[in-house]
Ligand binder design. Sequence first.
Ligand code: ADP
Ligand code: MG
Length: 254
Amino acid sequence: MTATLALEDLRLGFYGVEVLRGVSLQIAAGSLTGLIGPNGAGKSTLFNAVTGLYRPTGGSIRFDGADVTGATPDRLVRAGLVRTFQLARGFPKLSVFQHLMLYGRSQPGEGLVAGILGSRAAREREEVLGERALAIARRLRLDHVLDNPVVALSGGQKKLVEIGRALMTEPRLILLDEPMAGVNPTLAEEIAGHLMGLHADGITICLIEHDMGLIRRLCDPVIVLAEGRRLVQGSFEEVVADGRVQEAYLGRRQ
Ligand SMILES: Nc1ncnc2c1ncn2[C@@H]1O[C@H](COP(=O)(O)OP(=O)(O)O)[C@@H](O)[C@H]1O
Ligand SMILES: [Mg+2]
């Protein structure tokens, strides 16, 4: 297996409480890997640690073979590693198009190139970015709301903008934190379709999702995180049949 992402004994604590307690796992290149586990298991924290929002207190992160432990989010995005957030973030007053352009502009050396080469190069770059934003909006079926402020969109459309924002950075690995949570079933299905399309395009995906039906249909393998550690990894059928996984979920419900 070629690993796109390889974590070794990754640790992270808040105020002395260890939330990630030595996570070791690999995400295979080209896979659509599911990341599941009870509430509070540390899934979102793991994404935060991997994408440079939190600095790990121990262990290592390798992306495409390079050690990126402690790298800034910026550097990771440039390397091709991007995440989406559980709640769409950003600048709600900007239009969908402006929003996508903004994230495209934070690409490698954007400001620098414009500054050195002058306005013509900058204009050409803007055109390329604009076309990319349009293509992404079409792909995500956001083209009819391109000029609407993000704040006026439905919850589901905001989730699509969040995916579009990630795509503007031309990622090779996308970490998606519950991209279907709280959206209606039709849109959840549409988002599932987009994820399958990105997967077919060769983008590696790691998906946190609570809906086991979606995980079963979309993801192979599935990794179960519990109490800050990787509990098991396998096909959906394997992990749900595992007694340790059932125990981890039941234990939390009491
Ligand atoms: N910024 C933070 N400060 C303190 N504790 C945090 C912070 N972020 C997460 N935690 C704690 O880490 C644990 C794991 O949270 P989280 O990663 O959000 O779990 P999951 O996404 O699996 O539901 C929880 O106990 C949570 O309260
Ligand atoms: Mg979470």
